[in-house]
Design a protein around this ligand. Structure first.
Ligand code: SF4
Ligand code: ZN
Length: 265
């Protein structure tokens, strides 16, 4: 089987298994994975709405946005842009950058998809990311966070929650890179200036090292984690944030807590 067929087959297996269809908001970060996911999804019969979240991370956010615009021009789409500063949050002042970044991205992606009446928000998370996330949670004794260990999570309109779709869930970092190169997809090669603070880099290297020694172990891990996720009864019920009305595990969602910290609400 040629590589393109293999790559598209992995995505199709997710689409078919979960019956993904309809209107999909595609989160573009400018990096290789989200660009590859977007490019591949244009080959399906979806209605796609690409968007970019400008966190305001110095020059890096601007450069990434240019790449997101570039791929949209190539594929004939208009890029929607969301700015974190419009919510009163000044990223440069955030102490735990990666934590603020994660909370803001999750919240704004969902809000965008909900407001654009999308069935799903698609992200570029690949197999390497999914396993890194899972092992990081295990390392922090945070097993309740396993909800992300699935390629597709259903939405709930009553809770203002869009479905989540990770088309690259069964594809590794190097496979996404190969797809990008093969299709000459432009992407931002720069790393976020805070990447050195991310605690997950070493974990990802460790996972890839295991894969080099035992080919296929990553896919098996993902399948096992997916089963664990399915077997787990959630202890925490999702409800609506009492301030913004978007999904939250507590009375007030993490994003509103952030905005409150910045004195904006
Ligand atoms: Fe966000 Fe990643 Fe940069 Fe941390 S390293 S601030 S998580 S983009
Ligand atoms: Zn809220």
């Amino acid at each position: 089987m040629n590589f393109e067929k293999y790559f598209m087959g992995k995505i199709r297996s997710v689409v078919d298994k979960y019956g993904v269809k309809g209107r999909i908001a595609v989160a573009l970060s400018g990096g290789k994975d989200s660009m590859a996911a977007f490019h591949a999804l244009t080959k399906f019969k979806f209605e796609l709405i690409p968007f970019y979240i400008d966190l305001g991370i110095e020059e890096y956010s601007k450069v990434c946005m240019e790449y997101a615009k570039k791929i949209c021009d190539i594929l004939g789409y208009k890029l929607q842009i969301i700015k974190l500063k419009d919510y009163g949050i000044d990223f440069s002042k955030a102490r735990k950058k990666c934590s603020v970044c994660g909370t803001a991205k999750r919240y704004l992606m969902n809000k965008f998809a909900f407001e654009y009446d999308c069935d799903y928000v698609a992200t570029g998370h690949n197999l390497s990311d999914a396993l890194t996330f899972a092992f990081n949670n295990l390392a922090s004794v945070n097993i309740l966070n396993f909800r992300g260990m699935k390629p597709v999570l259903p939405g709930n309109k009553d809770l203002r929650m869009a479905g989540r779709f990770k088309p690259l869930f069964y594809l590794k970092d190097d496979e996404c890179m190969e797809y990008v190169k093969m299709n000459e997809i432009p992407y931002c090669k720069e790393k976020c200036p805070y990447a050195r603070d991310a605690p997950t880099i070493e974990l990802k290297e460790w996972i890839h090292e295991m894969e080099r020694k035992r080919n296929g172990i990553m896919l098996n891990f993902a399948k096992s984690f997916e089963k664990i996720e399915e077997m787990m009864t959630r202890q925490q019920k999702i409800r609506q944030c009492s301030i913004c009305g978007y999904p939250s595990y507590g009375n007030i969602c993490k994003f509103c807590k952030l905005r409150r910290k910045y004195g904006k609400i």
